[in-house]
Design a protein around this ligand. Sequence first.
Ligand code: SF4
Length: 307
Amino acid sequence: MSAATTRSRTPDRLCAEAVDLARAAAEEAAAPGVVGEHVGLVSEGDRVVTHFFECKELGYRGWRWAATVTRASRAKIVTLDEVVLLPGPDALLAPEWVPWSERLRPGDLGPGDLLPTDQDDLRLEPGYSGEEEPLPNSVVSHEMAELAEAEDADVTPGTPAAQPTPSRGSIAAVAEELGMRRARVLSRYGLHVAADRWEESYGPKTAMAQAAPATCQTCGFLSPIGGSLGQAFGVCANEFSPADGRVVSLAYGCGGHSEAAVMPKPPQPAPPVIDETRVDPFPLRPARDSGSVPEAGDEETAELGHS
Ligand code: SF4
């Protein structure tokens, strides 16, 4: 029979009456003066009752001293089982413990810190490292075996051998040159969460993008990025933009758009016009009477220009 079926919901009378025994036990376990009023009891099972006493200790608001008493079958003497301090329904409790890996926030990583990634990190998936492939010139290489077979066939008269190309070796070499020999690469999930994050900061729904005259897609300051994310994102290279150096959605935009407001060129003054058909008299000395204009043919008048 299970313990649950043997439990009695009605507290044992003798155990329920043993409040003084329970209080004495609680006061013995607690600091002096911190065991308060008897606040209730609960039946734990047949002839097992827990008495609760208010805890008056500062910092343990809502906690209760719990003294469990019991007695043997057909025995009249109640004895102490255990005494513990337990939180009540309105107890002040510490926040639930959260592992460091879940507490970590963007920006927490400082210089010299190491952030390990889980072996089964959903953001990553195995990349093409080439490690599982035998080296192209290895004796166990599949391609080398094919080449050896071809050479064997070549020495057979009348059967020209086709030379297979060691394609996998070539792919590995190209991949290494492009830097693709990584143990893990971004998974589809990793790509999606990165795209969502970037869209949130520099996406079309931001206030900046909503008020922008045009999108980054048509901006001369947008530097394209490679990979599949390059279809939706680029890097802003406008030092006056709030997104300078950031990955921006092609649908983002800001007032620094290269074509939004092209500055007009400063107006150029018109070239001077020289009238070479007229003669302008020019006095060598100022006239005695101010305001008088020297006559043409005057001795003291020189002529500039020519007719
Ligand atoms: S300057 Fe503005 S519009 Fe141009 S790429 Fe940067 S964020 Fe986009």
